[in-house]
Design a protein around this ligand. Structure first.
Ligand code: ATP
Ligand code: MG
Ligand code: MG
Ligand code: MG
Length: 469
């Protein structure tokens, strides 16, 4: 059985042997793209290379890229703990061709890696191609000898990738692994494709067109390749487990969480342990890359992730801050591949400890309020927006934390009611200030309020503490 660290090396070494430059992961906060919340794919650090703005001294590369999908276009936060295959933080293994090799070679390299290097049984694999990309289907037949029924044609945007409204774009081909009968879920393209039986392990993007803004799609003179394989997903396959959270790395983290809480994994507690392990990784890597919890932008996404994990720690009965105690295990498991974890270990530990100590001041009371407000609710009902807003405003519960807290009981949250309450409060605050004649003060106050947020406004001293984080 190969561990995650070995699988990562096998991937990178395979592509290095095939002439690719091994490039380090880019940071989670993208250097070259202010419009992107977090790096969410391997191609992000190469964006300008694909568009031709930047030239590199090599034309093919391979990476293991740190990714976070918890905000923006890709948001897998709500899946975590509930599907077998989603994390907020994960590693995307990739190979890239910048106008070098194209479709046929990319398919061949991928097929050889999964079947020869990783030794996956061919009959467990199936692929999708974009419905208009007959060429890809032909290569799959020729190279892999796959029968027609295991080359699934998909006509949706799932199998057509575009950088934006303009720029490079092209069809995708995804490789799926069949984890076997007995696991609910249908093959890609079927009505129950969102199940976890057929798991997408690798996405190959064939960048062969350039979309002109509001105009035609032109053939790129030198098409490119961008691929992404989820390290945790391929590790699950190679380790003979179905769920990503059962791979060696997650076992170690979950074991640490079980030890620290004194609560084993049972059907009732397993999701909490998984969420803690996942969110610990995301939080730690974000802090290592310079994000700190705050009430806006990236910092607020980090705070939401941290607080969700902290509610689960509370749910498991831990009465003291928990997450910071797991950082050592994470650094032990991943510090060799990502030395920034070791460099930032004390900052990560302190940030987690402080945030959890702070949130604990309001968490228990917030949860009792939530209990009271939902005693008469049943599956399918919605919590009213006013209560969700009060939890946010007074108890520091991010909206999605409240949602997550009610998910197990099948209760939703009235989102528009929440937003109305938020808007009303903003308007009231504005009205209270109007007439003071101090336009400048008002501007400063609203700037500050937007920045600090209403989340924890428990008086001036509390507000100062929040702002000083
Ligand atoms: P899915 O359909 O399963 O959500 P995706 O199509 O959104 O995956 P891509 O954008 O194609 O994923 O990313 C490339 C690869 O990265 C996927 O094939 C998968 O192996 C992995 N991956 C994507 N999202 C996640 C995630 N949230 N956690 C773990 N691995 C992921
Ligand atoms: Mg997805
Ligand atoms: Mg997909
Ligand atoms: Mg995909």
């Amino acid at each position: 059985m190969s561990g995650v660290n070995e699988i990562r090396s096998t991937f990178l070494e395979y592509f290095a042997r095939n002439g690719h430059e091994v490039v380090a992961s880019g940071p989670l906060v993208p250097r070259n793209d202010p419009t992107l919340m977090f790096t969410n794919a391997g191609m992000v650090q190469f964006k300008n290379v694909f568009t031709g703005l930047e030239k590199l001294p090599y034309s093919t590369a391979t990476t293991s890229q740190k990714c976070v999908r918890a905000g923006g276009k890709h948001n897998d936060l709500d899946n975590v703990g509930y599907t077998a295959r989603h994390h907020t933080f994960f590693e995307m293994l990739g190979n890239f061709s910048f106008g070098d090799y194209f479709k046929e070679n990319a398919i061949e390299l991928a097929w050889k890696l999964v079947t020869k290097e990783f030794g996956l049984p061919e009959e467990k694999l199936l692929v999708t191609v974009y419905s208009e990309d007959e060429e890809a289907a032909t290569f799959w037949k020729k190279i892999a000898g796959l029968p027609d029924q295991r080359i699934i044609r998909i006509g949706t945007s799932d199998n057509f990738w575009a950088m934006g409204d303009s720029g490079p774009c092209g069809p995708c081909s995804e490789i799926f692994y069949d984890h076997g009968e007995g696991i609910p879920g249908g093959p890609p393209g079927s009505p129950d494709e969102d199940g976890d039986r057929f798991i997408e392990i690798w996405n190959l993007v064939f960048m062969q067109y350039e979309q002109i803004a509001g105009g035609p799609r032109l053939d790129l003179p030198r098409p490119s390749i961008d691929t992404g394989m989820g390290l945790e997903r391929i590790a699950a396959v190679l380790q003979g487990v179905h769920n990503n959270y059962d791979i060696d790395l997650f076992k170690a983290l979950i074991h640490a969480s079980e030890e620290a809480t004194g609560v084993g994994s049972t059907p009732e507690t397993v999701a909490s342990h998984r969420i803690i392990a996942d969110h610990l990784r995301a939080s730690s890597f974000l802090i290592a890359d310079g994000v700190l919890p705050s009430n806006e932008g990236r910092g607020y996404v980090l705070r939401r992730i941290m607080r969700r994990a902290m509610r689960h720690a509370h749910l498991l009965g831990s009465e003291e801050p928990l997450l910071y105690r797991l950082v050592g295990t994470l650094a032990h498991e991943m510090g060799q591949a990502y030395p920034e974890l070791i460099r930032a270990q004390s900052l990560i530990t302190e940030t987690l400890r402080l945030e959890e100590a702070r949130f604990r001041k309001t968490l228990a009371r917030g949860l009792s309020l939530l209990d009271e407000a939902t005693t008469s609710l049943e599956k399918g009902d919605n919590l009213d927006g006013e209560t969700a807003f009060k939890l946010y405003d007074t108890y520091g519960f991010p909206y999605d934390l409240t949602e997550d807290a009610l998910k197990a009981r099948g209760i939703g949250v009235d989102r528009s009611g929440f937003e109305t309450a938020m808007e009303r409060q903003r308007a009231e605050a504005r009205a209270n200030w109007a007439g003071s004649g101090e336009a400048a003060t008002e501007a400063v106050w609203f700037g500050l309020r937007e920045k600090v947020g209403a989340t924890e406004f428990l008086g001036y001293s509390a507000a100062r503490t929040v702002a000083s984080v």
